[in-house]
Design a protein around this ligand. Structure first.
Ligand code: GLU
Length: 473
């Protein structure tokens, strides 16, 4: 049997990381088994589905590189097919028309609640002759659910799960306005698309027996199921925006690499011994459903940051630079005015956990900063620094070859000549050229900033010191 899985999001909002984990597991299961993966947009609820949400889902899937072999299919484009199947089921007596008015349904509901029973349809139209009604009477179509026996399915994560048929309603499969309902469309799609394994959130467990009964009524092969547990925030409550970023595209914007997010997500409820770092190849080789955890998982931003730092530092620098470019462009930083991006990544990646941090830390390579950090300036841009800054500025100006080695020599020579500790020279210089008191290795930083720009900034710092202290040249 060739494995075929699908990811079937409802486009009523952004792609949440819970959804992304479901997509990843479905994708990995298909790929691990040399099968195929379908993307299906479940937009039957036309009021709640938006084009923005569809775009966000597709963009997120592309960014995560979870490529689909088929689709995206849209349920909204398959209404004719659903109606064909419903009409056939009516003919075959596997579904029936229900003419019960809202008042009647409300009435039986009230009685059931008063009796302490679970409210459900009393199947009146299943057995009563309704041929006397006129042709315009509105009706819904209900599925003729078996009355006895049980539905048992073997969940790959939770083991056998049983539901008694007597607990299941005769589900509405077509509303009075002619639109098919969600649980029905899912079954027709999974059947038509030949889905063999359904991997989805545990919130769908209650739908599964209803769907299995419909599969059986259609004479279709029932797929296998794996229901994933919830992802919780660190306060043990269901993960939501309250806990910070939860949408895939927000993680993109915040400077995470897709490799880090995927690695994080695979471990969020699945394990392989104590291994924490999973390359895409590892994931594809090792992923199986039986190692998925039954209990809920807790989202931990610190761990995601740790992984992101790992990938920023271990993926090929050219690749990281390419990902960084998107962020710099978004921040309107003109990358032609400074070092190439590979150099920038090499300079900053050790100290940065996100690409956004690289952008923040690296902006001064491309643009003038407006002010010196006030603490750094108060400590280092002071009159005693004037002499060394002047000397370095002159030294840098006369360098024939602009490279880190010569810049280092200039700094050391200045310290020697002035008989100063190296820090007394390098710290004011660092604040002068970067605006801050921390930066990567100073000579490499100055090399990357460039000759004219470095000298200009030293002059600016000298001007600052003199003005702040009212020293007139
Ligand atoms: N559209 C459903 C959702 O977004 C998923 C349905 C399914 O996977 O069967 O929750």
């Amino acid at each position: 049997m060739k494995v075929k899985t699908r990811f079937a999001p409802s486009p009523s909002g952004y792609l949440h990381i819970g959804g992304a984990r479901t997509a990843l597991y479905s994708w990995l299961y298909a790929k691990h088994n040399k099968g195929s993966f379908v993307l299906r947009i479940e937009d039957t609820d036309l009021e709640r589905s938006t084009p923005e949400a569809i775009k966000a889902i597709i963009d997120s899937m592309k960014w995560l590189k979870l490529n689909w072999d088929e689709g995206p299919y849209f349920q909204s484009q398959r209404f004719d097919r659903y109606n064909d199947v419903i009409n056939k089921m009516l003919k075959l007596g596997k579904a029936y028309k229900c003419y019960c008015a809202k008042q009647r349904l409300d009435h039986i509901r009230d009685i059931q609640i008063k009796r302490g029973e679970k409210p459900r349809y009393d199947r009146y139209c299943r057995t009563n002759n309704i041929s006397c009604l006129d042709a315009n009477t509105p009706y819904v179509v209900r599925f003729l659910n078996p009355l006895s026996g049980s539905v048992i399915f073997h969940d790959h994560i939770r083991g056998p799960i049983e539901f008694k048929n007597e607990e299941l309603d005769d589900l509405i499969i077509r509303r009075t306005d002619g639109s098919p309902t969600y649980n029905f469309c899912v079954v027709v799609d999974d059947w038509d698309m030949g889905i063999t394994h359904i991997i989805r959130g545990e919130d769908h467990i209650n739908n599964t027996p209803r769907q299995i009964n419909i599969f059986k009524a259609l004479g279709a092969t029932v797929p296998q199921y794996a229901h994933l547990s919830l992802i919780l925030g660190e306060d043990s409550k269901k993960l939501s925006k309250r806990h910070g970023a939860v949408s895939v595209m927000q993680f993109h914007e915040d400077g995470f690499l897709p490799e880090a997010l995927l690695n994080y997500l695979i471990r969020l409820g699945w394990s392989h011994g104590n291994k924490e770092i999973f390359s895409m190849k590892d994931m594809l080789d090792l992923f199986t459903l039986n190692k998925i955890n039954k209990s809920s998982s807790t989202f931990n931003l610190k761990k995601l940051l740790w992984l992101n730092h790992h990938y920023i530092n271990n993926l090929p620098v050219e690749y990281v630079a390419k990902q960084l470019q998107w962020h710099l462009t978004k921040e309107k930083i003109n990358i032609c005015t400074g070092p190439n991006l590979v150099k920038l990544v090499l300079l900053l990646r050790k100290h940065c956990k996100t690409l956004k941090e690289i952008v923040i830390s690296g902006r001064y390579f491309y643009e003038e900063f407006e002010t010196f950090d006030s603490d750094a300036a108060a400590k280092y841009l002071i009159p005693v620094s004037i002499e060394s800054l002047n000397m370095i500025s002159r030294g840098l100006g006369t360098l024939k070859q602009w490279n880190a080695e010569n810049i280092k020599l200039t700094i050391y020579n200045t310290a020697n000549k002035l008989n100063l500790d190296i820090n007394k020279v390098s710290m004011p210089l660092r604040v002068a050229v970067t605006g801050k008191s921390n930066s990567p290795s100073l000579n490499i930083t100055i090399e990357a900033i460039g000759k004219d720009r470095s000298i200009y900034r030293i002059k600016k710092a000298l001007f600052f010191i003199k003005n702040k202290n009212r020293i007139i040249d």
